[in-house]
Design a protein around this ligand. Sequence first.
Ligand SMILES: NC(=O)c1ccc[n+]([C@@H]2O[C@H](COP(=O)([O-])OP(=O)(O)OC[C@H]3O[C@@H](n4cnc5c(N)ncnc54)[C@H](OP(=O)(O)O)[C@@H]3O)[C@@H](O)[C@H]2O)c1
Length: 230
Amino acid sequence: MPTVLITGANRGIGLEFARQYVADGWRVIAACREPARAQSLLDCLPAADVVPLDVTDTASIRGLAAALAGQSIDVLIANAGVMSAHPKSHPLDIADEAWLTDFRVNAMGALRVAAAFAPHVAAGRERKLIAISSLLGSIGSNGMGGHYSYRASKTALNALWRSFAVDHPELIAVTLSPGLLRTDMTRYESAWDQLNDPAPRVGLLRGVIAALTAADSGSAMSFSGEKMPW
Ligand SMILES: NC(=O)c1ccc[n+]([C@@H]2O[C@H](COP(=O)([O-])OP(=O)(O)OC[C@H]3O[C@@H](n4cnc5c(N)ncnc54)[C@H](OP(=O)(O)O)[C@@H]3O)[C@@H](O)[C@H]2O)c1
């Protein structure tokens, strides 16, 4: 039975990944900040191993990596993410704490998770290390502006993942952009009800992950499997 570890698995895109991998017969290690409060996850997925993980807390990351020592992970999905400022915020109105939180979770947290679990992933059959990034992290695709702190943190994530791929040729490390989806993160959208449901998109993302080869490592890809401009 293949194993996937998903961060931020208690809601949104992470929960949908967990649901779909469980349905496919995978062992799912569903990491979330507060397992006791992860009611949807606990109710829907009794088959998942729900474990605590705060990606901004290095001790928490090290603790889970130690608890899983000797266990292989085929696919790790660094999905946990935040958007701490409204996308249209004026730069002078974005508090330092919002900038730092976006960087702590989206960039530094994901990299630390990658570093802690690289040995587990290297021991897996698939050796795939996936970060959920964003189209907003692509400088070359930016025709919209705004989203300052979030955008910068995802650009940083892409840069960090590329570096990690160079340093770890034994792994397939790729960032994936899921596109705009209806989750708690996007509640600022005026037509939120009409946004795409995460389920079909996560199905596409799982297809992209399944098709990744060593030649893809170090790239940033969209949910349709196309390489994205940096
Ligand atoms: N939705 C979109 O349109 C969209 C588009 C592009 C990229 N993305 C990316 O997709 C990923 C998932 O987003 P989503 O839309 O599913 O957002 P969401 O519904 O807001 O879920 C975010 C998840 O991240 C977790 N998280 C936040 N901070 C954490 C921390 N310090 N440690 C561990 N977990 C933490 C949350 O846990 P708590 O419940 O404990 O807060 C939650 O499980 C993110 O990386 C996001 O940037 C989303």
